[in-house]
Design a protein around this ligand. Structure first.
Ligand SMILES: *Cc1c(COP(=O)(O)O)cnc(C)c1O
Length: 360
């Protein structure tokens, strides 16, 4: 088998064991003589799968009983609009904290539906820091406060939940969900596109506190209306059945790995190995303030950017794929989501040392 170590920021690498199981079950799922893509979402088998996936996810994240779990379409980007439409009227103000591109995009979309107050913007540091929550300019009686716990492009991550506002916290966890245990009860709404840590693209996970289910504007489309989707078990219309099935396999896999505590230990180890390698030499650099460095996305530059193309070419030949950095940051970026094995990080670190020996 010729699997490479795939450091793509998303769609991202999936656990090989999950892909193998999907392959084995593809033509004949649950002795139905059909694939999971070919059966009714209202049939017994798929309803069981949906219930099972929610049960395992609730266990993994220790989701309290007064939260609903929704599997929606449209990715995280549709949630940028959905949170505004579900949580507030047109005259409301919502606070947004910008620590990178995704927060900017989320606030831009929300601004079509309500008044956005930018409570803090780390742009002055080129998104390498998180402004101290005590300095955030929050609004009295804001409908909610939105932030991005992990900024996928700049590699900046909140390692604590900020305590500053009484408004419900709404978070885009697309690139960090399931990487470690979290205290769900601290949040009003958690949402995440699937294609980083959950499964393939095509599904978005929303975890919403029950008391926030009935604030939607009457114009809110049903498929993004949290109340409608909660009451229909996320099956108001045909859900993305294949993506949901794969997400469910990933949840099972996470449970087999020992759950999120075990994943956190492994993710922390993977990240510190890579940051350690970067910090140990002037040949490589990561610009992010050490206390807010992401465990999931590690951007790094070469001191001599003329070597970038060679680095990418040779790393790809060594079976280390998709290390090109985002155009707004340049250099490289290694995404170390749950499904990236520790051996992949070891290979990368070894390759980096070898590359430096040859070109440093
Ligand atoms: C990838 C990503 C998105 C975009 O997700 P889509 O599913 O493509 O809409 C949004 N926010 C963050 C933090 C991301 O990493």
């Amino acid at each position: 088998m010729d699997r490479v170590f795939n450091f793509s920021p998303g769609p991202a690498t999936l656990p090989t064991a999950v892909l193998e199981r999907a392959q084995a079950e593809l033509l004949d799922w649950r002795d139905s003589g059909m694939s999971v893509m070919e059966v009714s979402h209202r049939g017994k088998d798929f309803i069981e799968l949906a219930a099972h996936s929610e049960r395992v996810l609730r266990t993994l994240l220790d989701v309290p009983d007064d939260y609903r779990v929704l599997f929606l379409q449209g990715g995280a980007t549709l949630q940028f609009a959905a949170v505004a439409l579900n949580l507030a009227g047109p005259d409301a103000v919502a606070d947004y904290v910008l620590t990178g591109n995704w927060g900017k995009k989320a606030s831009g979309e929300a601004a079509r539906f309500l008044t956005v107050n930018i409570a803090a913007d780390a742009g002055a540091s080129n998104y390498t820091t998180i402004p101290d929550p005590q300095s955030w300019q929050v609004t009295q009686d804001a409908a909610y406060l939105h932030y991005t716990p992990n900024e996928t492009i700049y590699g900046v991550e909140f390692h604590e939940v900020p305590e500053i506002s009484d408004a419900p916290l709404v978070v885009d966890m697309s690139s960090t969900i399931l990487s470690r245990p979290i205290d769900v009860s601290r949040f009003g709404v958690i949402y995440a596109g699937a294609q980083k840590n959950i499964g393939p693209a095509g599904i978005a996970l929303v975890i919403v506190r029950e008391d926030l289910l009935d604030r939607a504007r009457s114009v809110t489309p049903s498929v993004i209306n949290y109340r409608v989707m909660a009451d229909s078990d996320s099956m108001f219309n045909t859900p993305p059945t294949l993506a949901w099935y794969l997400a469910s396999l990933v949840f099972d896999w996470l449970e087999e790995q020992g759950g999120l505590k075990a994943m956190a230990a492994k993710n922390r180890r993977k990240a510190s190995k890579l940051y350690g390698a970067i910090d140990a030499t002037a040949f490589y650099a990561n610009p992010v303030e050490p206390t807010v460095r992401s465990w999931m996305n590690v951007p790094f530059t070469l001191a001599d950017s003329a070597l970038d193309a060679k680095f990418l070419e040779e790393s790809a030949s060594a079976g280390l794929a998709n290390l090109k950095g985002h155009r707004s940051v340049g250099g490289m970026r290694a995404s170390l989501y749950n499904a990236m094995p520790e051996a992949g990080v070891d290979s990368l670190v070894e390759f980096m040392a070898e590359f430096e020996r040859r070109y440093g």
